[in-house]
Design a protein around this ligand. Structure first.
Ligand SMILES: Cc1cc2nc3c(=O)[nH]c(=O)nc-3n(C[C@H](O)[C@H](O)[C@H](O)COP(=O)(O)OP(=O)(O)OC[C@H]3O[C@@H](n4cnc5c(N)ncnc54)[C@H](O)[C@@H]3O)c2cc1C
Length: 345
């Protein structure tokens, strides 16, 4: 249940083990957070320890290229993926101290970065305005991928392996019943709740961790390719450029429920922060503006597992800001557990 990057990747891994799989999506495959995401693969910006899921996320950033190559080869499609590194900037005083302290914690967790003099930062990202900044760090392990390419490739790979993709079919109930699971009246050997922000609404007959949406805005600009090599970060602002030239600036974090509309003030604030960092954006209107719903749970720890030791119902949700990064290990682990339990492959 749920055909975002998490559900579709699990379905792909199960189909590779010769399971017969159906993906049900309330709307369209890859049409929600996995369509909206910027696609940064960035432990350097998101993670400060290697505890729990974070260790898998750090490892996923390191090995993401393998996931991409395998998906490209199964789908025949091209996926825009680059381990482009990230440049993070700080103003003098508290910001610089915080960046250095963060880098120290990250080094202990295996996330590498190096301080770079501003003159070097100017070589790494020549079009970025460094005015007012006192310090910079480069994170060589951070990267980016176009999540829409991933979802397009997953659709092809799923179809090629005989997975049924059933769109506009929301599921309300996944109730374990005599060794099977009842999905709104249809029996299956097992089920996975991977419905992103909506996951907590699905009735599995046991209390599920509540999930909720955190809306994020992004703005996109059509520019010449190659203007910005690495990801660029300053506090809550980030910029990245796809190989096509499309440049994305973000972001916001808003608890406004499932309101899809864009807010002109939020868009203007992101555009102004982005233009301060990249003067090429000054006076340029965004070509595209969109929102998406990050799937969150209290504590912001992804929920990955099984509802109990015997019922054939698994869950995989709550990946919040890092679901694109986390999809490969989440899919590997859930598919392996299902396969072992149901005797697949
Ligand atoms: C603005 C923004 C920027 C982001 N940037 C990044 C980033 O740079 N890097 C990163 O790693 N992550 C990023 N994320 C987070 C990432 O997008 C998510 O963590 C990830 O896409 C979650 O995938 P998912 O499959 O769990 O959810 P979704 O992609 O939301 O998929 C859930 C699917 O379930 C379906 N569904 C809902 N209810 C039901 C139901 N009852 N029955 C069946 N189907 C149902 C929905 O239609 C949807 O297709 C960003 C998110 C946003 C919003």
């Amino acid at each position: 249940m749920g055909g975002g990057i998490i559900g579709a990747s699990i379905a792909w891994r199960l189909a590779q083990r010769s399971a017969r799989v159906t993906v049900f999506d309330a709307r369209t495959l890859g049409g929600e957070a996995s369509w909206a995401a910027a696609g940064m693969l960035a432990p350097g910006g998101e993670i400060e320890s290697d505890e729990g899921w974070r260790g898998a996320a750090i490892e996923s950033a390191r090995t993401y290229g393998e996931f991409v190559r395998e998906l490209e080869s199964e789908s025949g499609g091209k996926i825009d993926y680059r381990q482009c590194g990230a440049l993070e900037l700080a103003r003098a005083g508290d910001e610089t101290n915080a960046l250095e302290a963060k880098a120290g914690r990250q080094a202990a967790a295996g996330i590498g970065s190096e301080p770079v003099p501003l003159a070097r930062a100017a070589e790494i990202a020549p079009l970025v305005s460094l005015e007012g900044f006192a310090a910079a760090r480069f994170y060589p392990g951070d990267g980016q991928v176009n999540p829409r390419d991933i979802m397009g490739a997953l659709r092809v790979a799923l179809a090629a392996r005989g997975v049924a993709i059933r769109e506009n079919e929301p599921k309300r109930r996944a109730r374990p019943m005599n060794g099977h699971v009842d999905l709104d009246g249809q029996a299956f050997d097992g089920a996975v709740i991977a419905a992103g922000a909506w996951s907590g609404e699905i009735d599995a007959g046991v209390p599920m961790t509540a999930s909720f949406p955190v809306r994020g805005h992004l703005t996109g600009y059509w520019l010449e390719p190659g203007l910005l090599g690495p990801l660029l970060r300053h506090r809550q602002t980030y910029l990245l450029q796809r190989s096509s030239g499309f440049l994305i600036a973000g972001t916001s974090e808003e608890r406004v429920g499932y309101r899809r509309e864009t807010d002109p003030e939020t868009v203007a604030a992101i555009a102004s922060r982005a233009a301060a960092l990249l003067p090429a954006l000054r006076g340029r209107a965004a070509g595209e503006v969109w929102t998406g719903f990050r799937p969150a749970v209290a504590g912001y720890e992804p929920r990955l597992g099984r509802i109990n030791a015997t019922a054939p119902v698994w869950f995989a949700y709550g990946h919040y800001r890092n679901g694109i990064l986390m999809a490969p290990p989440a899919a590997r682990d859930i598919a392996a557990d299902i396969s072992a339990s149901l005797g697949i492959g």
